[in-house]
Design a protein around this ligand. Structure first.
Ligand code: XMP
Length: 600
């Protein structure tokens, strides 16, 4: 049987995409559990779902009562298939089967404790209390006929419901994210309820991708921008392996937003692997000119993405590579597309540079290939290992395409009103024994599957991680204007929170590069590099210039927790950073959601 036939004949779980951030992650989880899964549009006709072994209704940013909210075909419930509804999918199920959904009184984001009624069926093998990850506003308040509440949390009485006769299940929380530690057990139970065998083999990604690329490219060659990060390097090596070195041209563009010494380090590593189809081009002056005076994050990303394309076109022209013979390849991975409204119902969180309008147009014309586009970071790393890349390349921390540009916050200097938010934050912080303030800048976040662009709050007090996490969750859940919480690490007292006019200039970027380098070197010195998943260092024009440390732990970047690094590390880096002339050093204590990993 061929690979494709194998896939076709396998049992499968269909996932209806209601626009949730985690929809694709769900598909991946089911594949990891050994069952083939496919994502289908929300409104897919019930008869097309006949061939499935079970159906999952994903989460999404809408409310069931909204006019244009995604809705499944009503005949879905006549198919007599097991159905699992998650978050918005859970609410949809209640709504369509005669239950009651209402706007939640508090928005609940982050951890919650699920009290399980009976550890059997969908909860087989689980304890009476399980940690789960919530991200929602609405909730189910009335059960449909035939259903029982099988789990609850403090804030949500019907956090899980089941009609075991019909094999219908609904969870308000997300079992697919790693922050629901036993979520995989729940999904496995659902797979068992669906009667699936768990024999789908994921090890053959390489062959699948090879077939797909050869089919699409025919005799064309590929031109690829390599940033030196895991994704683009794996993509380059993969294409080189499949198409041969003569058909692949790798180009590193120095856009002026890279780390200190980055171009040299990347070139040396790639040359050590024996590639000679890799080149470096310094375009930093073009990029800095293009973003002069820009403040708005989406605008920055759009300009940088488009400058990448125009610089690349110039290079192609100079190299005399005929566009009819060459296509563009990108190392885009799945989280890059979902957060740019990559699926029909997902809200736009931020535009990744490889999804800006010009690239989108090229994709639509079939001029771009993206071999890694359905993979997650950990899958890309697995592929990298399979292709024989050394650990230092496979385990590099991810670095965004627009680089330090999205970590260098800009401002036109006009103060934003934050008095009301200040008061609300103060009340909450005081009950935890902390002083607080709200900063007059904004950063991007993700709450309940939708983008937010709101103020960070800062808190000042003792370094108690559990308390800080609690406080951070309380503030972002209760204060509508705030999506992030920062802890002041140095100096001990609040100094100056005044906003100044500041743009993306070489001087500010150089200052950020120095702070970033201090962090990277100290992480390596204290053996912490492999303990965090990514460590953005951010500069904000507050009180002169301030630096924010944003170390996080994650496995697939769709959700993340802030990392709790040793005091010894924090003290060492903040001392060195203050010595650069930086006024304050903050530590970002926000999980994702409600914050995103990057600030813009
Ligand atoms: P967020 O900030 O959305 O980041 O939580 C998730 C992951 O994606 C990376 N990231 C990007 N990568 N182009 C990229 O190639 C981009 O425009 C971009 N923006 C964010 C981010 O560093 C994190 O690993």
């Amino acid at each position: 049987m061929t690979q494709n036939e194998k896939i076709k004949n396998a049992q499968r779980i269909m996932i209806l995409d209601m626009g949730g951030q985690y929809c694709h992650l769900l598909a991946r989880r089911i594949r990891q559990l050994g069952v083939y899964s496919e994502i289908m549009p929300a409104e897919t006709k019930a008869e097309e779902l006949e061939g499935s072994s079970g159906i999952i209704l994903s989460g999404g940013p809408s409310s069931v009562y909204e006019k244009d909210s995604p809705q499944p075909d009503k005949n879905l419930f006549k198919l007599k298939k097991p159905i699992l509804g998650l978050c918005y999918g859970h609410q949809l199920m209640a709504f369509h089967l005669g239950g009651k959904v209402r706007q939640g009184t508090t928005k609940e984001y982050g951890f919650a404790e699920l009290m399980i009624k009976v550890s059997k069926g969908i909860f087989s093998g689980l304890k009476k209390k399980e940690q789960v990850w919530m991200s929602h506003g609405d909730e189910v308040v009335g059960l449909p006929d035939g259903f029982n509440a099988i789990g609850s949390t403090d804030d949500c009485k019907i956090a899980a419901m089941a009609d075991e006769k019909r094999n219908y299940f609904g969870f308000q929380f997300h079992p697919e994210v790693t922050h629901t530690p036993n979520g995989m057990k729940m999904l496995k139970n659902f797979i068992n309820i669906c009667g699936c065998k768990r024999n789908y083999d994921v090890k053959n990604y390489f062959q699948t991708i090879e077939l797909e690329i050869k089919r699409r490219l025919r005799n064309k060659k590929v031109f690829l921008l390599v940033s030196g990060g895991v994704d683009s390097t794996v993509c380059f090596v993969l294409l080189d392996r499949i198409l041969g070195p003569k058909n692949v041209y790798g180009l590193f563009i120095d856009n002026g937003f890279i780390r200190k010494n980055e171009a040299r380090i990347v070139m040396e590593r790639i040359e050590r692997l024996g590639f000679d189809n890799f080149h470096v081009h310094d375009a930093s002056a073009d990029f800095l000119e293009a973003v002069r005076g820009i403040v708005e994050p989406e605008e920055k990303r759009r300009i940088i993405g488009e400058t990448f394309i125009s610089v690349q076109k110039n290079v192609l022209r100079k190299l005399k590579l005929n566009p009819r013979e060459w296509v563009l390849a990108q190392g885009t991975i799945y989280p890059d597309t979902i957060e740019t409204k990559g699926t029909k119902n997902a809200d736009l969180i931020k535009t990744h540079h490889n999804r800006v309008p010009l690239v989108q147009e090229m994709i639509e014309k079939g001029l771009v290939i993206e071999p890694l586009k359905s993979l997650y970071k950990d899958e890309v790393r697995e592929l990298g290992k399979f292709l024989g890349l050394p650990n230092e390349m496979v385990w590099r921390h991810p670095f965004p395409g627009p680089g330090l540009a999205v970590r260098c916050l800009c401002s036109d200097g006009r103060d934003k009103k934050v008095d009301e938010a200040n008061m609300k934050v103060k009340k909450i912080a005081q009950t935890h024994g902390y002083q607080s303030a709200v900063l007059p800048i904004k950063s991007v976040g993700v709450q309940g599957d939708a983008r937010s662009y709101k103020h960070p709050a800062i808190v000042v007090g003792g370094l108690d991680w559990d308390m800080l996490e609690q406080l951070s969750t309380a503030i972002t859940n209760k204060v509508r204007e705030v999506n992030r919480v920062l802890y002041l690490v140095a100096p001990k007292e609040m100094v100056n929170l005044k906003l100044k006019k500041a743009y993306l200039t070489k001087n500010r970027l150089d200052l950020l590069r120095e702070a970033d380098r201090i962090v990277v070197l100290e992480m390596k010195k204290q053996n912490l590099y492999s303990k965090v998943w990514q460590f953005p260092v951010v500069i904000v024009p507050i009180g002169g210039e301030s630096i924010i440390l944003r170390p996080i732990v994650s496995t697939e970047a769709m959700t993340a927790r802030f990392a709790r690094l040793p005091k010894k590390f924090i003290d060492a880096v903040s001392k060195k950073i203050l010595a650069l002339g930086i006024r304050q050093v903050f530590y970002d204590v926000t999980n994702k959601p409600p914050g995103t990993i990057e600030w813009e």
